[in-house]
Write a protein that binds this ligand. Sequence first.
Ligand code: TXA
Ligand code: MG
Length: 325
Amino acid sequence: MKTRILKVERDNPDPATIEIAAEAIRQGRLVAFPTETVYGLGANALDPEAVLSIFKTKGRPADNPLIAHVASKDEVNRIAFLNDLACRIIDHFWPGPLTLVLPAREIVPAVVTAGLTTVAVRMPSNSVATMLIQRAGVPIAGPSANRSGRPSPTDARSVYEDLGDRVSVILDSGATEVGVESTVIDVTGKEVVLLRPGGLPLEKITKLVGRVLLPTDQKEIKRSPGTRYRHYAPLVPLLLWEQGTTRDDIMEMSMCPIGFLGIHEPPFTAKNKIIFPDLDSYARNLFSSFRILERAGVKTIIAEFPDEEGVGLALRDRLRRAASQ
Ligand code: TXA
Ligand code: MG
């Protein structure tokens, strides 16, 4: 299959271009599309065959459910059951980098939910994504558009690098704004449970609802299946460094080509150094920096392990999992 890579303006996408991608979705094919977090690999969420091809293309384990992307709040009712708590959260944070796990309606194929009785739903804020969903006329199931285990793609080049000609269309609206995936919460009970930290800081949700339970409070019961896997990893070893600490193993490596990324100057020499002005830009550029440093031929990547405020919590989660062997 020859992939069509179509450039679109993020804030003012050309409807005729989006229509080409929407038609591919309706025909059961795969479309990589930008969201504000990372690029997604989309298929018609109501077409089990199409959704199955997402798993094959990514090499994704079948027990890891997908997010269904919608273009409006009302569309959620078609696939999930809303409660008051969910409505309040949605009104406050959508469109945006927040995914809600809700009780699923029967229309949702088991391949989307990995056989669970719940479905994850999100409305992205990128207008290329919402126009695509609207025009396709169906919710779009989509994980990040990387091969399973690799860093999530935050630009069209990274999508093509990982998935090449295995997708029908790649919509290219440039680099994404948030850079880490959405925050995932379970809203099926009386209290909100955090399943995956992400682009929307936990503090903001806590401020709205009073309290958010962490997976540890829940004894693993409700953990998001995806958080079990090693993920996001660059091709070379990744070590974590915390500001204000020294690590002998890192100091000893100063002779070999190290790539560093973080927000503080490190106490060791690095061949390639990427220092960001703040946590948000660290998050925005995390995955693309892994890929840049790989291409630069460093032998080890050392990443600063930040504090957990704001998007720091998501950065710590991604870094921990990318560094685990
Ligand atoms: O920002 C994002 O969330 C991106 C963009 C493309 O929207 N998508 C994304 O999808 O990161 P993915 O598949 O890489 O991550 C979805 C996460 C996984 O950890 C998965 O296990 C969890 O959501 N999840 C999906 N459905 C679930 C469910 N019914 N119950 C619990 N966790 C669920
Ligand atoms: Mg992913």
